[in-house]
Structures are given as structure tokens and as C-alpha cells.
Design a protein around this ligand. Structure first.
Ligand SMILES: Nc1ncnc2c1ncn2[C@@H]1O[C@H](COP(=O)(O)OP(=O)(O)O)[C@@H](O)[C@H]1O
Ligand SMILES: [Mg+2]
Length: 377
């Protein structure tokens, strides 16, 4: 058939003949065979293990969503949520940038970004006036995910920024400039996720001024809600004076251990107070989630089939679409996930160690103007 015109059904268009070459390609022993890209293979494995298909990405948001992951309490899962949510969104076809705003640099470690003192990162952007473009690194193993590292130098920023002009606007300006530069040079980013430090100082303030949305991780444990009133009060002040569009778009229950009496009680209590904002997806407490950063990986890379990885994937879907993942299938999956947590990956929690039915009194937060009425963007 070569050399003749043919009609291709069903469109009936004429297709030009493909030129046929008589020359056979020369392959010598020296010709190197194309090597598979290990990053591509690792990504394909991850996608397969998570049961995803490349052809079913999530729809991209109408504009870049700027999300601060904030809670002034330490150890509630901010960093774990920031990096795993970012990785999950990337695997769902989104283009994501993570900005590490914590001088401890835990997000940088989890994403395997060099962040020793002197490496250009958030400190240089906030205090040194450098462009975010100079600080952005590609996250190894996760194409379409970028990160801005934080070194210990950032610890000085809280004090150094005090004397600077527009000190709470620094990150906002840098992000806005970067977004327009990035859009011109590449494609638009879909998410910018900012990992906040465990305080309500100038670093968190910068994050909340730069962001449009706040995602609050709450540890599903005793005292989970303590201090939330302070955070909500701060968000209220920022809305009033600095960033009127700031909205709480998600509260994520982390380190959830369904085998304890306390975790469901805390979850119920939080859902009662924030009925529209608490994600249906909860993140189980599992060893795999806590092990992953020591390998410079997110849990989605470290063990994509683990309950923690699946939970973060479900949380990302829910956060991105605003739709609850509670379908028959995911419910069944979460039951089996619970079983597998109980059987091998969960840290044993003695019932006796768990405080009894008492849940932290959160009446102190009910008189704060409701921050959660604004619609999800
Ligand atoms: N779902 C989870 N299961 C087990 N350990 C977790 C989970 N989420 C977080 N951790 C661990 O809890 C600790 C605190 O989490 P992290 O994300 O660093 O909190 P924050 O950023 O709020 O201080 C870390 O050691 C982390 O590995
Ligand atoms: Mg952290």
C-alpha cells in the first residue's frame, strides 16, 4: 500500500502516503540502546500502585490556588500534609509548587531538596529580596512538582523582617511575580502549597497574606482543638486588615486511629463546629507516613499502596474537587485500610493510655465570627 493515497474511516480524510525508505537503519554494537528514565519508571509504578490511570487527571482549577497549611501547634501534621497533598495532586495531573516557610526545613527534607545554610530558599526571598525563580527547585522523582526550600537561616527572618517595609507582604509579592513569570515561560501552576511554621509570627503571617485559602490539619487527639480559637482569631484579623479574600477551605483530621474511642469523638466534635469544612477523608496514623521523610520521600513514593498514601490521595481528590470521596468503593477501601493498619502498620495505642470520653472544650471558639461560611473556590 505504500506510495498510494488511502481513505481512513470514519472521517474519510485523505492521508498522504508515508514515504518508504529502502535503507535499513544501521545499528552497530556501539549504538547505545535507549535507556528507560528511572524517574519515569518510578512514577509509572507509583501510579499503578495507587490504581490511577494517566488518562484520568483531575480537572485543573480555574486559576492557581494558593493554599497555606497552617496551625500554630507543632506536630499536628502540617508538613506531612503539605508534602503528601502536593505529591498526590501532582500524580492527579496538577502542577504544584511547595514553599517551605518553616526554618526547621522538614518539607524540604521530605521532598529531598538541598536546604543547607546558604542554599537560596525562602530566607533569601523574604529578607534578601531574591526572586522565587532563583529559589525554586525541581522535586526529584516527581515531575510537575517544584519546591522552595527553607534553611535554618530562615529562623532569623522573624526578627530581621520586623524592621523591613511591607514586612507581611514579602511572600505575597514574590509569589505573584513568580506566577506571572512562570506562566509566561511555562504553563500555569495549579497549586501553591505553603507549609507554615508552628507559630503565628511573621512567617505564618506572610503565608496567610500570600494565600487565598487555609488548610488546617488537626491531630485527632486530646487537645486537638485547643489553640484553634487563636488561629481563627488571627485569620479573622488578617481577613479584616490584610487579605479579605482569605478563606478556610479545609480542616483535615490527621493521625486518626479508628481503634481508639477518642479519635471518632474528636472527629464528631470538629465536624459539629465546622460542618462544611472538615474533609470526609481522614489520615490514618501509620508508621509508613512517619518513615517516608527519612528516605527523602513522600509516602506516595515510599509506599504507594499503604493506607497513608491512599488516604492522602483521597484527601487531594476531595480538596481539589470539593466532593466527598465517600462512595461504596472508597468506604470498602477504608475498611480494609483500617484492617491493614490494625494488622501491621499502625503504632499500637493502648486503650488505657487514651484519655476517656472527655474532648477538649471548644466553647471558647464559638463566639468567634464564623470564618467558614465563604464558598469554596
Ligand atoms: N498520619 C501519620 N501517621 C504517623 N505519623 C505521622 C502522621 N502524620 C504525621 N506524622 C508524624 O508526626 C510528626 C509531626 O508531623 P509534622 O507533619 O512534622 O507536623 P507539623 O508540621 O505540624 O509540626 C512527624 O514525625 C510525622 O512524621
Ligand atoms: Mg512542620
Amino acid at each position: 500500500m505504500a506510495g498510494t493515497w488511502e481513505v481512513v474511516p470514519p472521517l474519510g480524510t485523505c492521508v498522504a502516503p508515508v514515504p518508504v525508505s529502502d535503507e535499513t537503519p544501521t545499528v552497530s554494537r556501539e549504538t547505545p540502546l535507549p535507556q528507560p528514565d528511572p524517574e519515569v519508571i518510578a512514577r509509572q509504578r507509583m501510579i499503578k500502585a495507587l490504581g490511577l490511570t494517566e488518562s484520568e487527571p483531575l480537572p485543573r482549577p480555574a486559576g492557581t490556588r494558593l493554599v497555606a497549611v497552617a496551625n500554630q501547634k507543632g506536630g499536628v501534621g502540617k508538613t506531612t500534609t503539605a508534602v503528601n497533598l502536593a505529591a498526590a495532586l501532582t500524580l492527579l495531573g496538577q502542577r504544584v509548587l511547595v514553599i517551605d516557610m518553616d526554618p526547621q526545613g522538614n518539607a524540604s527534607t521530605a521532598l529531598d531538596l538541598p536546604h543547607e545554610s546558604g542554599v537560596t530558599g525562602t530566607y533569601e526571598v523574604l529578607v534578601g529580596g531574591k526572586s522565587l525563580l532563583d529559589a525554586v527547585q525541581v522535586v526529584p522523582g516527581l515531575p510537575e512538582l517544584w519546591g522552595v526550600p527553607a534553611s535554618v537561616d530562615l529562623a532569623g527572618a522573624e526578627i530581621e523582617l520586623v524592621s523591613q517595609v511591607a514586612r507581611e507582604n514579602r511572600l505575597h509579592k514574590a509569589v505573584q511575580t513568580y506566577l506571572s513569570e512562570h506562566e509566561t515561560a511555562h504553563d500555569r501552576l495549579d497549586y501553591v502549597i505553603i507549609d507554615c511554621p508552628p507559630s503565628l509570627g511573621l512567617l505564618t503571617l506572610n503565608a496567610l497574606v500570600a494565600a487565598q485559602e487555609v488548610l488546617i490539619p488537626l491531630q485527632s487527639e486530646y487537645y486537638a482543638l485547643e489553640g484553634l480559637s487563636h488561629l481563627l482569631g488571627t485569620i479573622g484579623l488578617i481577613q479584616e486588615h490584610l487579605n479579605p479574600g482569605l478563606t478556610i477551605t479545609g480542616i483535615l483530621l490527621t493521625m486518626y486511629d479508628g481503634r481508639t474511642k477518642l479519635a471518632p469523638q474528636v472527629a464528631d466534635e470538629v465536624r459539629t463546629h465546622f460542618p462544611d469544612r472538615v474533609l470526609d477523608t481522614t489520615i490514618p496514623r501509620t508508621v509508613r507516613v512517619s518513615e517516608a521523610p527519612s528516605y527523602g520521600q513522600t509516602v506516595l513514593q515510599y509506599d504507594p499502596q499503604s493506607p497513608g498514601a491512599r488516604a492522602y490521595l483521597a484527601a487531594a481528590r476531595e480538596f481539589a474537587t470539593g466532593q466527598s470521596p465517600v462512595t461504596v468503593e472508597s468506604a470498602a477501601r477504608s475498611v480494609s485500610a483500617d484492617e491493614s493498619i490494625a494488622s501491621d502498620t499502625a503504632e499500637p495505642v493502648a486503650e488505657a493510655d487514651v484519655p476517656d470520653t472527655h474532648v477538649t472544650d471548644i466553647t471558647d471558639i464559638t463566639d468567634i465570627p464564623d470564618q467558614t461560611d465563604a464558598p469554596r473556590s
